[in-house]
Design a binder for this molecule. Structure first.
Ligand code: ATP
Length: 302
């Protein structure tokens, strides 16, 4: 028996970062949107764990051992359910690694769903969400999908209403950016007084109102990401990438999560296709993908 699960990439349409907490994490207020760019995880019988990876980042930055979140998800679920961690796992990646799109988190969420089915462990949804939070701050959202407000480290989720499908173009610029390095740069900019210190978190209400009733220009005006300044500090060429997106007709654009992906919002599906074609022809981005959302979180597809 083999099972296949898939999970989506996310964009943070709002990412407000509070000051550094004593536990080393930052307090977040974020609005996640799951978009239609998916990784798949195939799980079959095995003795012990074996993992292979294909697609984006394979043979490079995506590890195939205990450092991979899929491997850690397997060990965690097995320990929780009291079963042996026996499985042959394959991850096929369409979500670029270290791009601010939560690719690793998507894989971990898909692995939890696939292995729960393979092993017949029938974990409660609340238990899966709790295991997900132990794997990483974005993993619970990768399970849930849709649109959600995240607080705490981003792992405490509340669903958000939206009245439409939002059409985006994702431009992946250059090499991956390390999330801890971007947070460290934010702390440095704050210590130097170059950006606000984060004690007043950006409000979520303008983004939530725009998601509820549009139009795209209202969402574009409400987009915000405290990690954009440090990502631009580490990757100055991202400034040109953001400008290229708006010059090419995006209603708004921001760096997704810790970057370096630029998420460009289009007016509608047709404009997204045109925007993607224009940006792909400009050579600013390594990869350009149209992706719309919200879409569901991790689930079995066979
Ligand atoms: P986030 O938006 O959640 O901060 P990200 O999308 O920027 O994350 P990921 O694609 O999750 O980044 O990868 C970050 C790092 O995690 C990679 O550089 C890699 O070393 C490690 N990693 C572990 N497991 C995976 C996986 N399954 N896919 C990709 N990277 C993984």
């Amino acid at each position: 028996m083999t099972v296949v699960a898939r999970a989506p990439a996310k964009i943070n349409v709002l990412l407000a970062v509070g000051p550094l907490r004593s536990d080393g994490f930052h307090e977040l207020r974020t609005v996640y949107l799951a978009v239609g760019l998916h990784d798949t995880v195939t799980a079959g019988p095995g003795e012990g764990l074996a993992l292979t990876v294909s697609g984006e980042g394979a043979g490079g930055e995506v590890p195939v051992d205990g450092r991979n979140l899929v491997w850690r998800a397997a060990e965690l679920l097995a320990a929780h359910a009291g079963v042996r961690a026996d499985a042959t796992l394959h991850v096929d990646k369409s979500i670029p690694a270290a791009a601010g799109l939560a690719g690793g988190s998507a894989d971990a969420a898909a692995a939890l769903v696939a292995l729960d089915a393979l092993w017949g462990t029938r974990a409660a949804r609340s238990d899966l969400l709790e295991l997900a939070a132990r794997l990483g701050s974005d993993v619970p959202f990768s399970l849930l999908g849709g649109v959600a407000l995240g607080t705490g480290r981003g792992e405490q989720l509340a669903p958000v209403l939206t009245d439409r499908t939002w059409h985006w173009v994702l431009g992946i610029a250059g090499e991956g950016l390390s999330t801890p390095a971007v947070y460290a740069e934010l702390d440095r900019l704050r210590a130097a007084g170059r950006v606000p210190d984060g004690t007043q978190l950006l409000p979520a209400e303008p983004v939530l109102a725009a998601l509820r009733s549009g139009p795209p220009s209202a969402l574009a005006a409400a987009l915000g990401n405290d990690l954009q300044a440090p990502a631009l500090g580490l990757r100055p060429e991202l400034r040109r990438a953001l400008r290229a997106a708006t010059d090419a007709g995006a209603v708004g654009a921001l760096v997704s999560g810790s970057g370096p992906t630029v998420a460009a919002l289009a007016e509608d599906e047709r404009s997204a296709v045109t925007l993607a074609a224009t940006l792909a022809g400009e050579g600013v981005f390594r990869t350009v993908r149209a992706a719309s959302g919200p879409v569901p979180g991790a689930r079995l597809i066979s």
